[in-house]
Design a binder for this molecule. Structure first.
Ligand code: XMP
Length: 577
């Protein structure tokens, strides 16, 4: 049984809403998420309230709000991002659209105030921002405590009323002192006492699986990745191996050697490459790709169940869904859909609604899943694998409906290939800017300044000048998937052999239809550092390793160039689609 939450996080639709609750629980204090409009009376038992970020603007009609009575109960309230703007708006301050957006790393200057919330935190520090609107004037009685170059009111408080707010995100790892802000709020301001042990969750998870499954059996899609392997192992432990059937679907969209790796896990392999590629023929739009792939997974499952003459009611589906999968698919009441994960398409949602699915890890983040895996005794070789998305190479193989030229601008070349981003908690789908050097600071400044571009890449080695390249009409076919698979395997081998893969969290390799008639595609390298996949930093590569990769990639005759993705998340997502 979970305790009564001491901290309640009001969900205004932010991508990191759940992460706030999770970070409070990591401090040993039980926290839960509730809808933003929950009446103050229903929050009376909480020692403190946090208002999350969200994709809306306070002056939009129907934007999320909170019961204003929460500000006068005497309970401490912390507003984060949109939560800060909402507090300002409801308490008599002013919110306006910012002149520039501010996405990613920023430097905060925090005043030295005698205040329990800001205690020990004064000075310059790295924070993580994702917003366009700003608080232009604080509400009466509030003191401005911190600012960045772009945002004059990045932290403020009314200590006598125990009301505080931050424009930045203390819950993400890239805000280096984020945990200290939350710790001060939870303990020094709210006076919470520890009541939650974040480790040792395996027995509880096994019991939850038994409760959800009842007397049925579980049909489990295993991908060879960390999440599904941990979830599958939990199910076999909870129910016994004879009630859990593990199946790996070779979608034809997997990386080189993957099917061999997974066969060693002892699950049965279903070949379905033709089925998936057939269903995807001619499709270029990323959300359609994702939906088709998710639905094809459901069809494979139905086919296997049919073939085995198993009565459907006796079976439910198990999945290794983790929290970011649900949140980015619009999983909470007000969150925007950034991308629909393959395990959140309509067919799967139907199963969820009819109680025919078990997802033991759905409120966990990747780092917590690895922790559970360690508790289960799974080998490090498996647990340390980089994440690989369920839709596989399909969402790393970009397509174009028509030929289009690149456009020269004062800042670089605008490449008319669209990729997905997450900006101010909303989805963006925009062209890419190519610049001539792998300069992360310049890329961040460009993204904040330019509208209509959500990603910046650097040309690191090209067969012909970028100015002479064009985007070429192209689709998702077996030839291009094989080209991408080959490029990916080169990058994987070199990054494994050099030890670089252990230094990065994930290293997607993307194929974009940019080049010439003879060499129609280019490769984009996207090594990132992250903890939970919710935010990520684009990281540099050792120059010699990068040179070696470029040499081997350009030895593929159809590859016109090698580019390096310089964009953090936000504003870009890790995957391009
Ligand atoms: P994005 O691209 O949203 O990715 O920044 C965050 C993390 O999620 C992985 N990802 C997926 N994983 N099914 C999955 O199991 C999916 O449909 C999917 N899409 C993205 C991505 O690789 C990254 O680690």
């Amino acid at each position: 049984m979970n305790p009564i939450p001491q901290i309640i996080v009001l969900d205004a639709g932010g991508q990191y809403c759940h992460l706030i609750a999770r970070k409070v629980r990591d401090l040993g204090v039980y926290a839960e998420v509730r809808p933003s409009e929950t009446p103050a009376a229903e929050l009376a038992s909480a020692k403190g309230i946090v208002i999350s970020g969200g994709p809306a603007s306070v002056y939009d009609p129907d934007s999320p709000t909170v019961d204003p009575a929460i500000f006068s109960t005497g309970q401490p309230v912390l507003g984060i991002c949109y939560g800060q703007q909402l507090m300002a708006h409801l308490l008599g301050g002013a919110v306006t659209p910012g002149e520039k957006g501010e996405y990613g790393l920023a430097t905060l200057e925090l005043d030295d105030l005698a205040d329990p919330f800001f205690s020990g935190l004064a000075g310059r520090q790295q924070i993580w921002m994702s917003h366009r609107d700003v608080v232009a004037a604080p509400p009466p009685g509030f003191t401005v405590a911190g600012r960045t170059d772009t945002c004059a009111i990045a932290a403020m408080g009314a200590p006598a009323r125990k009301l505080y707010s931050l424009q930045f995100h203390p819950e993400v790892v890239h805000t280096v002192r984020g945990r200290d802000y939350l710790r001060n709020f939870v303990f020094a301001v709210c006076g919470c006492a520890p009541d939650w042990e974040p480790r040792g969750r395996v027995p509880m998870l096994e019991q939850e699986i038994r409760d959800a499954v009842g007397t049925r059996s579980v049909f489990f899609f295993v991908s060879g990745g960390v999440d599904s392997s941990v979830a599958y192992t939990l199910c076999t432990r909870a129910l016994g191996a004879d009630r859990v059937r593990g199946v790996y679907v070779d979608t034809g969209l997997m990386r080189e050697g993957e099917t061999d790796f997974v066969s060693r896990l002892g699950v049965s392999v279903q070949q379905a490459g033709k089925q998936f590629l057939g269903a995807l023929a001619g499709v270029t739009e990323p959300e359609r790709k994702r939906h088709i792939i998710g639905e094809e997974f459901v069809r494979v499952q139905e086919r296997i169940i049919d073939a085995r003459h198993i009565f459907e009611e006796n079976w439910i589906l198990g999945q290794g869904t983790i929290y970011p999968d649900t949140i980015e698919s619009g999983g909470t009441a007000k969150a925007a859909v950034i991308k629909t994960h393959h395990n959140r398409v309509a067919g799967i949602r139907k199963l969820i609604e009819s109680g025919r699915i078990v997802e033991p890890l759905k409120s966990f983040y990747k780092d917590e899943v690895r922790e559970v895996g360690r508790e289960l005794g799974l080998p490090a070789e498996l647990l340390e694998r980089h994440p690989f998305p369920g839709p596989g190479l399909a969402i790393r193989c970009l397509c174009a409906d028509a030929d289009a030229p690149v456009a020269a601008t004062a800042d670089g070349f605008v490449i008319p290939v669209h990729s997905v981003g997450v900006q101010g908690d909303s989805r963006s789908y925009a062209p890419v800017l190519a610049i001539d050097s792998p300069d992360h600071d310049r890329a961040t400044a460009l993204i904040n300044r330019l509208r209509g571009v959500n990603r910046v890449i650097a040309a690191v080695a090209t067969r012909l000048p970028v100015a002479a390249m064009a985007v070429r009409s192209s689709s998702l076919d077996a030839v291009r998937i094989a080209r991408l698979r080959r490029a990916d395997s080169i990058v994987r081998r070199l990054s494994h052999d050099s030890g670089y893969d252990a230094k990065v969290w994930q290293f997607p390799v993307i194929l974009i239809p940019l080049g010439s008639a003879a060499a129609p595609d280019s490769v984009v390298l996207r090594p990132v550092d992250s903890v939970d996949g919710m935010t990520a930093r684009s990281v540099a590569m050792p120059p010699e390793l990068l040179r070696q990769m470029c040499r081997e990639l350009l030895a593929i005759p159809e590859i016109a160039g090698v580019f390096f993705d310089l964009t953090h998340k936000p504003p870009a997502t890790i995957e391009w689609e």
